[in-house]
Design a protein around this ligand. Structure first.
Ligand SMILES: O=C(O)[C@H](O)[C@@H](O)[C@@H](O)[C@H](O)CO
Ligand SMILES: [Mg+2]
Length: 382
């Protein structure tokens, strides 16, 4: 079997699907994308096709190493997202050829169902409480919300109190009948992280995500030493080589690699194993589409240290398309009491509505993340 063609489809809301065709009629799908830079990743996918067209798609490990090491410059969000989506599609092909779900090729199930969590948008207490109630009705008991709005490098006690007020309201309303993570989203700088985390201690969030920006990872151990709240990070780390320094330095209790940003199933499965060696939980980041979610689930179902899985149903980013709009086998991705079951079909287990994808790719938006500014005009972290 040989790879014959790579076709990319940028799609609403901010996703990109990749289809890899072969000379034996088996095709695989993946989701190479970094939010806000879809066109850059698209260019990278087509540059990397030099390593793939004419090659045997079953040799995933060699193709992965060739895509990663054949370029003198490597790593980072664009190239690793391109490799991620290609890797997902290669595993999809392999599973389809062998007639088994990908997790069977990785050693089989380590659990029977995977605990999912839902984003709750909004920054005002009433909005967040209403959002949680709505998702509770859908069977969720675990959530994630922004830990704060805009925050200056050194900010006021009023800003801190506004952030704490939302969390206090959640605990006041729901007690411990629910769990929630707080995503600082890189908005909080090192001087304020310890201040805000200290004030959040009494409310015992399940974790605090990206307590500081990934480029400030040296603060993770210092922050962890001052709090009992587990710290989580990983969506802006793109390979084992990014994670190894963070794991070795300590401070992170939950690793959140993104299956569409960190080299795909091949790389994230290795990151999961590295994390397990440090007694770190795995909670793949996934605010994206169905192929990214399916790839995440395959790694979750073979990783004992997988603890939580993000998914984007109803997420505030999904304008113009919802998680399963481009999927024909929607029932395979149903929620069961806040959990998902192992994908059942060969490969990734996603039957893509190709006709709809081709049609909708003709009018794909160029999504960009918001650009915030502080009151003094300086750019703020979103
Ligand atoms: O945890 C999450 O889902 C993320 O922080 C998410 O909000 C961002 O990754 C966003 O997708 C960037 O455009
Ligand atoms: Mg996040």
């Amino acid at each position: 079997m040989k790879v014959t063609r790579l076709t990319t489809y940028r799609l609403a809301p901010r996703w990109m699907f990749l289809k890899i065709d072969t000379d034996e009629g088996v095709s695989g799908w993946g989701e190479p994308v970094i939010e806000g830079r879809a066109r850059s990743v698209e260019a990278a996918v087509h540059e990397l096709s030099d390593c793939l067209v004419g090659q045997d798609p079953s040799r995933i490990n060699d193709l992965w190493q060739t895509m990663y090491r054949s370029g003198f410059y490597r790593g980072g969000p664009i190239l690793m997202s391109a490799i991620a989506g290609i890797d997902q599609a290669l595993w999809d092909i392999k599973g389809k050829v062998l007639g088994v779900p990908v997790y069977q090729l990785l050693g089989g199930l380590v659990r029977d169902r995977m605990r999912m969590y839902s984003w709750v948008g909004g920054d005002r207490p009433a909005e967040v409480v209403a959002g949680i109630r709505k998702l509770q009705e859908a069977g969720f008991d675990t959530f994630k919300l922004n830990g704060c709005e805009k925050m200056g490098l050194v900010d006021s006690s009023r800003t801190v109190d506004a952030a704490v007020k939302v969390v206090a309201e959640i605990r006041e309303t729901f007690g411990h009948s629910i769990e929630f993570g707080l995503d600082f989203h890189g908005r909080v700088a090192a001087p304020m992280a310890a201040v805000l985390i200290k004030e959040l201690e009494p409310f015992r969030p399940l974790f605090i995500e990206e307590p500081v920006l990934a480029e400030q990872a040296e603060h993770y151990p210092r922050l962890a030493a001052r709090t009992s709240i587990p710290l989580a990070a990983g969506e802006r780390m793109f390979s084992r080589f990014d994670f190894k320094r963070v794991f070795a330095a300590g401070g992170i209790s939950i690793a959140q690699p993104d299956l569409s940003h960190a080299g795909g199933i091949t790389e994230c499965h290795k990151i999961a194993s590295m994390a397990e060696a440090y007694d770190i939980g795995l909670a793949p980041h996934c605010p994206l589409g169905p192929l990214a979610l399916a790839a995440s689930l395959h790694v979750d179902f073979v990783s004992r240290n997988a603890v939580l899985q993000e998914q984007s149903m109803g997420i505030h980013y999904n304008e113009g398309a919802e998680l399963l709009d481009y999927v024909l086998n929607k029932d395979d991705f149903a929620f069961h009491d806040g959990h998902m079951l192992p994908p059942t079909k060969p490969g990734l287990g996603v039957i893509v509505n190709e006709e709809l994808v081709i049609e909708r790719s003709k009018s794909a938006p160029d999504w960009r993340n918001p650009v915030w500014r502080h009151e003094d005009g300086a750019i703020a972290e979103w």
